[in-house]
Design a binder for this molecule. Structure first.
Ligand code: PRX
Length: 635
């Protein structure tokens, strides 16, 4: 039996037991067998969830890019590492071999060094899904710089907040991007953001759309001429196991986005191990994850996990609907994709388009289908299973988070029998528990509760950049001694987990985590808005959509409500990004509040969900009369 790959259910149970009974031995064996280390660790694990402090493979020395690139040169030099499929189907795909990727990463790393970037410096990457995005991520890791990738759909304000939070010294962007039929002017967004940022010394600009863009003297530099001058050999910086590898921001239920810090060795070992097992990757497979590298899914399962396994990872620049809704299936046929990993929101949108888009293409290369980002509903699961997998491809419903770094709960395909809407069983090393409202562990089967994890796993985030106390408070205070996920879950009679959704004020819209507080803050910036509250309501394609209740100042009551709705959404798009726009905006005279002044979101949520028959006791509210008005005028 190989330590690294689980091949059947019996092995899964054996390995799982070992990973719980002797976690250090288990992870040491995984780490020993499959990676390149400059120095072995002194201690596999030390941890204390009360501080919280977690260290994996302490004392080890390594560079993750040697594991993703150098060590494959001998046997896989000519194998395609990154298969780039452009937005425009008529533009040729690019097959970037491991050797070419190695050279391009090394050149880029030398450019970073020449521009004054060194170990520990933060580099913000704001790029579309083009090869340079993966290459710049790896180039940072090569020299020990900490990358902070910001999804290129975020607005200039959101970008500036993230650059400033971690004092980035450099921004890497492009002259623009293609997304479906649209061209997006990324450089202008960066220029606007940088008016608010004082730490950025250099902006490297990749050419993608051949646009004329203003270049600020002394600060902005075209990347290509610098690459042309650079050597294709750059010695990898030798990193400590616990040196930060990257920061990735995720929305919180309150306050500013949280810069989750992931470190080097544990993250590498865990993402590589879970990639191999969850996707059962074999040497000639063509693996495609449709996420953007701007999210954790792209970091762990487009870049690091696949490359650490010497896989071919497909990077897609476009969108599922361009030039038509057959695009995903056309790409699957064209490149003979074997593993396909996407989000429920995409599946629901695709399922609505009719079968002609699917039937046109040969999907027989597919072996395994994956889903991530939000609960998958029964209907979407069956459509995916029947029409894409043709009933023969196991679906891996993978549950995890930006904070967890890698997949924690998922079937192992061909081993774990799948069950629609269930993420099934924890992966080796993962010890989930369900907690009740009083903070007690819920034992047994056929139970539900709040999902927490009671033992560390190698790829967990170690802190929030610059705010360790917020990290403790957010994840380790609800249930002392345990990591709290913010999700609700149930465990069925077989011990399978089903994740039911967030139990905090994070709303998942089209697979994107959105905190209510920053959206409310954006709305409240409108000069005629007095106060607002956001809740989620079910949406056929997006999973959830946003419903806003807005109190206007007297001056606003004179204005055209539809024009105001547009202005409010424009504000949100400007402050956060178009993904956070509201589907419904109801103007109200008040918001239901407790006597201590707290907004009762539970009531607002029920009204938005058309479930207002049974609101419970509202007589203790400060202003119960407002509830009737809100129900009467609901949208
Ligand atoms: O609520 C869970 C949901 O997405 C949240 C994490 O979001 P984010 O940090 O953006 O990472 C998304 C990609 C890993 C979780 O707290 N979620 C993620 N996967 C699933 C899911 N909910 C149900 N089923 C899943 N498979």
């Amino acid at each position: 039996m190989s330590t690294f790959q689980i091949k059947n259910l019996e092995e899964y149970f054996q390995v799982y037991r070992k990973s719980v009974e002797t976690p250090e031995l288990f992870w040491a064996e995984v780490a020993e067998e499959h990676f390149l280390w400059h120095k072995r660790w002194d201690k596999v694990l030390s941890w204390d969830f009360s501080k919280p402090e977690v260290k994996w493979f302490e004392g080890a020395k390594l560079n993750i890019t040697e594991n993703c690139l150098d060590r494959h040169l001998l046997n896989r030099g000519d194998k395609t590492a990154i298969l780039f499929e452009p937005n425009d189907p008529n533009e040729p795909a690019q097959h970037i071999s491991y050797r070419e990727l190695y050279e391009r990463v090394n050149k880029f790393a030398n450019v970073l060094k020449a521009q004054g970037i060194g170990k520990g410096d933060r580099v913000c990457i704001y790029l579309p899904m083009i090869p340079e995005l993966a290459i710049s991520v790896l180039a940072c890791a090569r020299i020990g710089a900490i990358h902070s990738v910001v999804f290129a759909g975020f607005s200039s304000t959101a970008l500036a907040t993230r650059i400033n939070d971690s004092d980035c010294k450099m921004v890497i962007t492009s002259d623009g991007s293609y997304r479906g039929g649209k061209v997006i002017d990324l450089k202008t967004i960066v220029d606007e953001a940088l008016e608010e940022c004082s730490t950025v010394e250099t902006v490297l600009v990749v050419r993608r759309i051949q646009a004329e863009v203003p270049m600020k003297e002394g600060r902005d530099k075209w990347l290509q001429p610098l690459l042309d001058e650079a050597s294709s050999e750059c010695a990898a910086e030798v990193m400590d196991a616990e040196d930060p590898l990257f920061i990735l921001y995720t929305s919180g239920s309150t306050g500013r986005p949280k810069g989750m810090v992931h470190t080097t060795a544990g993250y590498m070992v865990y993402t590589a191990y879970t990639f191999k097992n969850v996707f059962q990757y074999e040497e000639d497979d063509i693996y495609w994850c449709t996420a953007d590298i701007g999210w954790i899914t792209g970091h762990s399962y487009i870049v690091y996990g696949p490359l650490a396994n010497g896989a071919t990872t497909l990077m897609f620049e476009g969108v599922p609907s361009y030039p038509d809704w057959g695009r995903f299936w056309q790409v699957v046929e064209k490149h003979k994709v074997t593993q396909f990993y996407t989000a429920p929101t995409a599946i629901r949108a695709l399922a609505r388009q009719g079968m002609e888009y699917v039937e046109k293409y040969d999907l027989s290369s597919l072996k395994i289908l994956g889903t991530v980002g939000e609960p998958i509903n029964d209907e979407a699961w069956h459509w995916y299973n029947n029409h894409i997998g043709k009933g023969r491809c196991p679906i891996v419903d993978t549950w995890w988070q930006t904070e967890t770094g890698g997949i924690l709960i998922s079937p192992i395909p061909f081993s774990t029998p799948t069950k629609p809407t269930f993420a099934t069983l924890p992966l080796p090393g993962v010890q989930p528990v369900l907690m009740d409202e009083e903070g007690r562990e819920v034992q047994g089967r056929s139970v539900s509760g709040r999902l927490a994890i009671k033992f560390p796993w190698p790829s967990m985030a170690r802190t929030i950049w610059g705010n360790h106390e917020r990290y403790r408070e957010t994840y380790f205070s609800a249930f002392p001694g345990k990591y709290f996920t913010g999700d609700g879950a149930l465990r069925d009679a077989e011990g399978y987990y089903r994740i039911t959704g967030r139990v905090d004020d994070v709303i998942i819209v089209s697979g994107h985590n959105l905190g209510t507080a920053p959206i409310e803050a954006a709305i409240n910036e409108h000069p005629v808005v007095a106060e607002s509250a956001i809740v989620g309501f079910p949406h056929e394609i997006k999973g959830n959509a946003l419903y806003g209740y807005v109190i206007l100042k007297p001056a606003g009551e004179e204005l055209d409500p539809n024009a105001l709705r547009k202005e409010i959404n424009a504000l949100i798009a400007g402050q956060i990004g178009p993904i956070a726009k509201l589907d419904k905006i109801q103007f109200v005279s008040g918001l239901p509040k407790t006597r201590s002044g707290k907004i009762m979101r539970r009531i607002l949520r029920k009204i938005a969900n058309n479930d207002f028959e049974n609101l419970g006791d509202i007589s203790t509210l400060l202003n119960p009369e407002v509830v009737e008005e809100i129900i009467k005028n609901r949208l």
